[in-house]
Design a protein around this ligand. Structure first.
Ligand SMILES: [Zn+2]
Length: 193
């Protein structure tokens, strides 16, 4: 099947505020779209997550894969359709970035451990217990489904938004940029992942 890297909507595009609708039909056309969504996520090395509304399709679909990060507990490639957080605990502040907000990163508080119920790309019900970086990535992508960006969730308005100077040179090498989420426990120097 023909694959395409899709165009990413960039803040302040008002469409990013739109709430997405649940997926009701599972067919080849959905599989094709999910393949292209994943391709778009992987277009930059280090891309760890993407949500359908970021490419202008307002359906509740996210793709997350944090397995490229060393020593982080993960489920590998995750396609979540109509995801719902079933249980949650703990609270941790970490630095997040977003393909739709290429010029900034910000500090955001997220649940540290979550149980997520979701359908896979074939419509089968799944449940995932996850924590830390992977849980953060899933919560970030799920926010897109409700029209929220990390900018809407900054720990506070002052002192928690950072120009992405560190990445500027990197993005010359990696056109298009990519999703980057780092936690506070990692040093600023390590943000090149
Ligand atoms: Zn994002």
């Amino acid at each position: 099947m023909a694959m395409a890297v899709l165009e990413i909507l960039v803040y302040p595009d008002q469409r990013l505020k739109q709430k997405s609708k649940p997926v009701e039909v599972f067919n080849d056309s959905l599989l094709q779209f999910i393949a292209e969504l994943e391709e778009t996520m992987r277009a930059g090395p280090g891309g760890v997550g993407i949500a359908a509304p970021q490419v202008g399709r307002f359906e509740r679909i996210i793709v997350v894969d944090v397995s490229c990060k060393p020593k982080i507990k993960n489920h590998g490639r995750l396609v979540m359709v109509n995801p719902e957080i079933f249980a949650k605990e703990g609270n941790v502040v970490g630095r997040e970035g977003c393909m739709s907000v290429p010029d900034f990163t910000g500090n955001v508080a997220r649940w540290d451990r979550i149980v997520v119920n979701a359908l896979d790309e074939f419509g089968n019900q799944q449940a995932y217990v996850m924590e830390g970086y992977e849980a953060r990535a899933v919560q970030h992508e799920m926010d897109h489904l409700d029209g929220l960006l990390f900018l809407d969730r900054l720990v506070s308005r002052r002192g928690n938004l950072f120009p992405r100077k560190v990445y500027k040179n990197l993005q010359v090498l990696i056109p298009g940029g990519h999703e980057k989420i780092t936690t506070l426990s990692r040093s600023r120097k390590s943000k090149t992942n």
